[in-house]
Design a protein around this ligand. Structure first.
Ligand SMILES: N[C@@H](CCC(=O)N[C@@H](CS)C(=O)NCC(=O)O)C(=O)O
Length: 246
């Protein structure tokens, strides 16, 4: 197989999904780190159909989107399988995966809101990345880029406070899937790889980690994604977190 080329943004949770699935398959790949927002033009120039990461060139084929990449990996190399063979369980895993693909937007929106308030923690997400410019410089000059990303992701006080109010219900749902054996099995499936990086990104918030790490979903996230860069010191108004307190 020709070498795969994976386009990512440092700290991007669906990019981590793609990396984990490639690692699981044992498919070697070259990682190309892109700067957020600027990534859009580069992906277009590389003739990808959309403008988001993860995007991969695999045997000359361009595939974009973490879910689509999972399906393509299983197609070109069926073992180890990312989806269960049992049709009923596969249906449930696909349902959890599709939900996880939507759920991604919540940690994304929260993160851009936080970076709009304080760009300093951005540097911690670039651990191990090769951006082509010094990370400190990128953070220092990144104000306009963060403003655009926050606007594109609708990261406002209203959306972010609402996201936090409904987060406990999201965690309950993930825990229920774990209790049902849809998620959190001995070998991660495509839905584990989809949802765990979102949880890890949420856990990079000092404000949110205590509400996740003691739960089955927190344990699953750390097991599936042992390493995830980034740390965001307390930033949310305490009353926005009230819904998370049991
Ligand atoms: N649901 C898609 C979403 C991909 C997505 O929105 N990726 C973000 C990074 S997490 C992106 O490329 N954003 C463009 C930007 O930040 O400029 C997937 O799983 O691939």
């Amino acid at each position: 197989m020709a070498e795969a080329k994976l386009y990512v943004i440092p700290g991007s949770h669906p990019s981590r999904t793609a990396m984990l699935m490639l690692d699981r398959k044992g498919i070697p790949y070259k990682r190309v780190d892109l700067m957020p927002v600027i990534s859009k033009g580069i992906l277009r120039a590389q003739r990808f159909p959309g403008n988001t990461v993860p995007a991969i060139k695999l045997d000359g084929k361009r595939v974009q989107g973490s879910t689509e990449i999972g399906r393509e990996l299983d197609r070109i190399q069926p073992e180890p399988a990312l989806y269960p063979a049992d049709p009923e369980l596969r249906g449930k895993v696909e349902e959890a995966e599709a939900w996880g693909d939507e759920f991604q937007q919540k940690p994304r929106r929260l993160t851009w809101w936080a970076f709009k308030k304080d760009r300093a923690p951005m540097a911690s997400f670039s651990e191990g990345a090769r951006l082509g410019v010094p990370v400190g410089f990128a953070v220092k000059t990144g104000g306009p880029l963060v403003a655009v990303a926050a606007r594109l992701n609708d990261s406002t006080d209203a959306t972010v406070s609402a996201d936090l109010s409904s987060l406990r219900a999201d965690l309950d749902r993930i825990d229920a899937w774990i209790a049902d054996g849809v998620l959190g099995g001995p070998q991660p499936n495509a839905a584990d790889y989809q949802i765990a990086p979102s949880l890890r990104l949420l856990m990079s918030f000092d404000d949110l980690r205590p509400f996740i790490e003691g739960r089955p979903c927190g344990e699953m996230a750390v097991r599936v994604v042992p390493e995830f860069p980034g740390r965001i010191p307390p930033i949310f108004p305490p009353d926005w977190l009230a819904g998370l307190v049991r």
